[in-house]
Ligand binder design. Sequence first.
Ligand code: ADP
Length: 630
Amino acid sequence: MKQTQTFQAEIKKLLDLMIHSLYSHKEIFLRELISNASDAMDKRKFLSLTDENALPAGTELNIELETLPDQKILKIKDNGIGMTYEEAEKFLGTIAHSGTKELLQHIQEAKERPELIGQFGVGFYSSFMVAKKVSVHTQKVGSTEAVLWESEGDGTYTIDRIPKADGIGTTITLHLKTDEKNENKNESTDDHSEFDSQDFTAFWTLKSLIKKYSDFIRYPIKMKNDKSEFEILNSQKALWLKSPSEVKEEEYNEFYQQISHDWQKPAKTIHFKAEGTMEFQALLFIPSKQPWNYYSRDIEYGPNLYIKRVFIMNHCQDLMPRHLRFVKGIVDSSDLSLNVSREMLQKDRKVTGIKKSLVNKVYNTLKDLMTQERSQYESIWNEFGSTIKEGLVDEMQAKEKIQDLLLFHSTNSDQLVSLKEYIERKKEDQKSIYYLSGDSLDVVKKSPYLEKLKVKGIEVLFCVDPVDEWVMPSLGVYQELNFVSLTKGDLDLDSEEEKKEVETFEAKFKPLMDTIKKHLDTDVKDVRFSHRLTTSAACLVSAENDPTAHMQKLMEKMGQGAGAMGGNLKRILELNPKHPIYEKMTSSTEDIQKKWAEIIYYQALLFEGSPIPNPQKFTEHINELMLNQK
Ligand code: ADP
């Protein structure tokens, strides 16, 4: 019996945006439907690897376009896996993927920047951009009944079982809108109507759209031409099997755009063939920008896997580590068995071998880019650097390779610097690599922690990427130099003379120091004279084995408060003995010394960008000082 159902709320919203707000690139509906058809055929083929009834011998998997121009009808037929009643209800009436909210938000944005629309996998629903009514006629492999699903994109759809079926697969019938321009006239402000006038029943229009968006689809896409002969509209080229010298750059770019749904060119193409113990071909791409859904938790990654030219699966995560999840592409192996299951892939040692070789190739390509095409490398680094750095924490054995890919801002100049370059220009007697972490470049550049190193002319690396707090300690040693955080422990930078000088101050200010220590006892772990300041009066540092203040802040942001770090860790207050304020304090009353000690402590907190616990008291002290000023 025919049932009328309502769409899930998100879909209603999505449809509404599709129908009323997006004017350009309506043509991408075809790419989306062809890509769904191709996926459905992949699934049927994959099933046939273990179930021979799923694909009787002699069945050619293909997509057929059929048009009825007089009735403004376009049909897209595939003989893929098909859908059952329950599947049609679920897949076409709800949005299964978890990134829906995000997707909606991005589509909202695309209202303002319609050129973005092509980037989102809007899928099946994009058909409502061009059709006033969509019918889906589908029959699942192994089932004798078919399903008819229909909707006018108005918030409801109907679904019905139909006993007589034409065969396994899915036919999507689009009843095309006739006068789109007039329909949307009132809402259209810009002229994005470049494609509005396209006739999606015309052979030449469809042929050129297939060429543009779906040329590399691995199944033939057929359509009857003007002479009523079937023509195959796509080249189905397995580009990765060709030798790189035979492939033009445009072909790589088009191929990349089709597999990634990115409309920009890739930043780097890596095409190679492995021979010897392992035989496979790989065509990998590094995108030039992060995709819109890059930060969603369940982003799919990894190259698409083929075995002896037979498609096995999209996004084979066993072939790429998570920290290289931005790499897209295809791997075709002649060593793996066609009867693999997804579970078996994980344990297959050959798969691990291919992964290792792919990863090395990516690292080596990046390293070459860094030395040979620096500005291009820097733009890749800006997009994907923090992702690459995750590898240092997740996979210790990746350290050797990744450490040479790192780039940092530094005190030296506005240019990014690698560790190798840092070491090449370091001071001769410099024993460590110094770094300072913080929330932003602006903050760290002005930090008092840099004072001493500036005077000594030592370069300091800035770590302003949140992952750096985890990454830097995992680096350990680089070319025999330790990594030292400026906000921790003893910097060990002083000459014998300077050390003596501090000792003199310590003796001189002993009584003052005792008062300050006692008074600030609940706030800080210790108070001592500093070796790192030259102009500021004081700063706070973490003890050698404690996490830095920045790390504590990050943990709190992530919902892991002080508890996770073993309580709110107290730090060490360092005073600059050369600052005239201490000389002045020695001749003040103990009461004044205590107040000033508090002001100095609060100043140190403000310096590092931390809130002060008692702003009222701070203000009172300052006001008192102002009033006493003659
Ligand atoms: P996506 O393709 O991103 O999953 P769609 O909205 O395009 O999202 O499609 C939703 C689901 O409907 C697909 O995942 C698939 O399971 C099913 N589907 C769509 N088109 C077809 C088709 N031609 N044949 C079989 N299943 C299909």
